[in-house]
Design a protein around this ligand. Structure first.
Ligand SMILES: [Zn+2]
Length: 404
């Protein structure tokens, strides 16, 4: 055999060998998919008697308005509908020439409620999610972080990208985006993702991301620390940071896509992680954005990685002699406070007090704990019955109950 033929053969063999791990990863995704499907059969009949209504939604969504994205309103509405979402928090980048918050989706469209917000970057480089947004957002880049927070007398202000945020001692923000899909995706090795996509994208597009999903440990630690330091409530949310701009396509002169693949369409992004809001609208109807902004500010919500199984039905409540409260609320410690957790699917419940795990039960459908000390108590839920690394990542992250 001629040397060049030998070399070619060797090269082919090497390429073939290099693909074995990816073929195996595809097989493992198949097993994960089967395990998630079988989780559904373990779903417990609803025994919730709290009369709260649970609303599913996503936060931190961009459209074509603020640049970086080509996503249309139609695509966003259709994706929210197909995911059966109740609400979407839009966070448009500001533009100097027009008010992106005023122009973006707002109010009810196709049965989904939209809240129009902005994502701004302050002069210090800190980024904030502001709901609702306003016409001054385009000037926020010239103001200090405290000036931006102070110029807004009402609404919801959240710290975005906490790993890059500097001015933690400022006042006026009500919460932290402890998880961001885009920040997580940036840590993925592109070469690994490329070959994984070739092998698995067609069959398991959602789960492909799930295998890379990591507990946002640094941000959670920062959140716990800031609650202790500020001695005030701080809500945690997850941001989908949906742009629908990752992928390749060839378009004709009118902009119509001829061939292409979009790796992060809204429909997929909205399936990964969601914010579940608990509450009762005053007149039984959601007629303005006040209900969602109030409920989220109050911490009446939890983060659910619904890609691993629908988290609807999760509850975390506290009771003492005469009152019952839910996550986000304060309760006074007279003698003792009874904390209760209820899961829609049995799993592992980790109860944390001031950021440290104080109870960790596996294979349970709920948990009761008598708190005799003051502190902020929160819950993380895991599904260790799922194979692979996702079994070690949180499925649910609750907001705290503050025992005062
Ligand atoms: Zn963003």
């Amino acid at each position: 055999m001629k040397p060049w033929k030998k070399l070619l053969l060797l090269l082919l063999l090497l390429i073939l060998l290099s693909q074995i791990p990816f073929a195996y990863r595809r097989y493992k995704l198949g097993r994960l998919h089967a395990a998630i499907v079988s989780l559904e059969s373990q779903r417990q009949p609803s025994a919730i008697d709290d009369r709260l209504i649970e609303y599913r939604g996503v936060a931190h969504v961009h459209s074509f308005l603020g640049g970086h994205s080509a996503g249309t309103f139609q695509e966003i509405i259709a994706a929210a509908q197909s995911n059966q979402l109740d609400f979407v928090l839009m966070s448009e980048h500001p533009a100097r020439e027009f008010n992106t918050a005023e122009m973006t989706l707002k109010g009810s469209h196709g049965g989904v409620f939209f809240i129009n917000g902005n994502e701004v970057k302050t002069a210090a480089g800190d980024r904030l999610l502001l709901f609702p947004g306003d016409s001054l957002a385009s000037l926020d880049s010239q103001l200090s972080t405290q000036e931006v927070l102070s110029r807004r007398p009402s609404g919801l202000a959240l710290v975005a990208y906490p790993e890059e945020f500097k001015n933690w001692d400022t006042t006026g923000y009500q919460g932290i985006e402890v998880y961001n899909v885009y920040s997580n995706a940036r840590r993925i090795n592109p070469l690994l993702m490329f070959f994984d996509s070739i092998w698995s994208y067609r069959s398991y597009p959602d789960l492909l991301f799930a295998t890379f999903y990591e507990r946002p440990s640094e941000s959670l630690k920062r959140w716990d620390e800031m609650i202790a330091k500020k001695k005030e409530k701080l809500v945690a949310i997850a941001g989908n940071d949906s742009h629908a701009n990752v992928g390749i396509s060839v378009n004709d002169s009118s902009g119509k896509t001829l061939v292409g693949v979009k790796l992060d369409p809204y429909q997929r992004s909205f399936r990964l992680v969601r914010l579940h809001v608990l509450g009762i609208p005053l007149d039984g109807q959601i007629s303005d954005d006040g209900f969602f902004l109030r409920s989220i500010s109050a911490g009446h919500c939890f983060i659910g990685y619904d890609v691993l199984g629908d988290t609807s039905g999760f509850r975390f409540a506290a009771k003492d002699g005469n009152e019952t409260v839910i996550m986000g609320d304060e309760i006074t410690l007279d003698d003792q406070v009874r904390l209760t957790v209820r899961l829609p699917i049995p799993g592992r419940i980790m109860l944390l007090k001031d950021g440290a795990a104080i109870k960790d039960d596996s294979g349970v459908g709920g948990l009761e704990f008598v708190a005799k000390e003051k502190g902020s108590y929160r819950v993380e839920v895991y599904l260790p019955q799922l194979p692979g690394p996702v079994g070690q990542q949180p499925w649910i992250i609750s907001n705290p109950i503050y025992v005062k």
